[in-house]
Structures are given as C-alpha cells and as structure tokens.
Design a protein around this ligand. Sequence first.
Ligand code: G3H
Ligand code: 13P
Ligand code: ZN
Ligand code: NA
Length: 308
Amino acid sequence: PLVTTTEMFTKAYEGKYAVGAFNVNNMEIIQGIIEAAREEQAPVILQVSAGARNYAKHIYLTKLVEGAVADAPDVPIALHLDHGDSFELCKACVDGGFTSVMIDGSQYTFEENIALTQKVAAYAHAKGAVVEAELGTLAGIEDDVNVAAENASFTDPAQAVEFVERTGIDSLAIAIGTSHGAYKFKGTPQLDFQRLEKISQLLSGFPLVLHGASTVIPEFVEKCNLYGGKIPGAQGVPEEMLLKAGKMGVCKINVDTDLRLAMTASIRETLAENPAAFDPRSYLGAGRDAIRTMVAHKMRNMLNCSHR
Ligand code: G3H
Ligand code: 13P
Ligand code: ZN
Ligand code: NA
C-alpha cells in the first residue's frame, strides 16, 4: 500500500535497520526498485526531486507509482519529495498525492530554515503527510546549488535538538561527511560517527536521514569506463559504514547515483555488445534488471530491511 514513513521509521529505529529511499524519474527505474522490494519483502521509499518532477511531470510519476502500489500490494511504499526548495513545491506534492516531503532549507540561516520548515510541517501534517528537513550542508552538488566542499558544515548536535523541537518535523537529514554524486571522497572514506552518535543520543528515538549514501559500485563504474564512459576516480560510501549508520538511529538512506550508474553501465554494455540492436526495450530492460539486482542487494546486505 501507499503509506507515510511513520510506521516504517518506528520499525526501522527499533529494529536497527534503515529503509532505502531511491530516486525515480521513469518507468524502468520504478519497476526495477519495486521488483526488488517485492522479492525482498522490504518497505521502500520512492523519491522524486524537483528536477525529476520537471523531467517526467508530476502526473506521470504519480500514475507510475499508483501502478507500483497495485503491482506490489504487500509492499509498504512511500512517495516522497526529495530536496523540496520552497513551500509551494512541498504544497503541490502534498496536494498531488505524495505521502512525504522534504523541505531543504539547509542553505538558509538557522532561523530562516526553522521558519520555512515550520510552515511546511504545519501544512503537510494537516493533510496527513510527513516532513523531512535538513540541518547542516553536504559537500558536493545538492540539486541545483553547488555547495563547495569548504562550505560544507556538519550538523551541530545541540542545534539539531532545537531544530526538531521547534519545527515538529518527522525526520531529520544530517551532514556527517557524505555528499551527493559519484565523487564523495578524495582519499580514504570517512564519516563523523562520533557526531552521529551524539546526535542520536540527544534525539533518542527520532529518525535520522542520510543523504549522499550511494556506494558508487566499482563494477558499474568500470563497466561505464570500459564501454566508452569517462568517470575516473569515482568513490562512494563503503557499505559497512551505511550498515553501521542504520544501527545508530539512521532510518532512511538515500540512493540516486548508484541507480544512475547501474542504468548507464548496463545500457552502454548492451549497446556495445549488440551493435545491431535498436529496440529501446533491449537496453532499458537491461537497465531495469541491473537496478533490481542492485537494489535487492542493498536491501539485504546494507539496509538490512529485507522481510521487515
Ligand atoms: O540529491 C540529489 C538527487 O540525486 C537528485 O538529483 O536534482 O539531478 O534529480 P537531481
Ligand atoms: P547519492 O548521490 O549518493 O546517490 O545521494 C542521493 C541523495 O541524497 C538524494 O537526495
Ligand atoms: Zn540528497
Ligand atoms: Na536505523
């Protein structure tokens, strides 16, 4: 069924695992993720960025998700707005059938972020939807805003408590060293687990969210590079770190880059190996299969959310 994240997060918190939130923008991506969730009997969050919503159009995405819900009636599915940047966008998604929205005011001052988040939370809650917000900024490319690595500021634990109390949000995205995209670390991957532990102690029982959590699977990167791509030096968050975060109050783990890499690697491979093929179903189908296998692996081994 189509649900909010409330029960998902309560169970994930208590069970010390995390629910995967996967970015979607077309049919094959949605189907690949839902096939994995059905196989693994795992709850799942389908999330749509402003860019994805502009690309595919709101109505197409909600109808595809409606199809997914009918196709997998036993799977709890939440439909979430990723990185909403305004009250109006959040309102449009709540009004248009999303069960969850993120208002990302992380680029504003603390007080501005609180005011904007409060407004979204009041509206969404009145309509039965839930709200994620963000405190602290991730390094790398956050939707349209390019946050320079030097400006990345990790979430302050005391501020996180005040932010959650004053906004009434349902989950909080924190910055502890992850970043969006395929180039997350120059040297050895490192996350600030001490900070996560502190935040999670102070906000005991409250669901935390980790953005920028793709593992940047080497197999896909190599396949892209082998078949004409150019993504040298890509590096993601090690799977063990995400498994650990899921035991420390992180209930939602965001993945987009790995979907993009899975899709692109398999399309490049299919086209290169079958030069005569030109039926889009051959390569889009290969992309869908790669996504299914990859997402099922994450659910089982990294999120630990299979059969939950
Ligand atoms: O956080 C960013 C997500 O990967 C969405 O990216 O804005 O290019 O759709 P996008
Ligand atoms: P990745 O770029 O690591 O997949 O992160 C996605 C994300 O945080 C979407 O909000
Ligand atoms: Zn994000
Ligand atoms: Na968890």
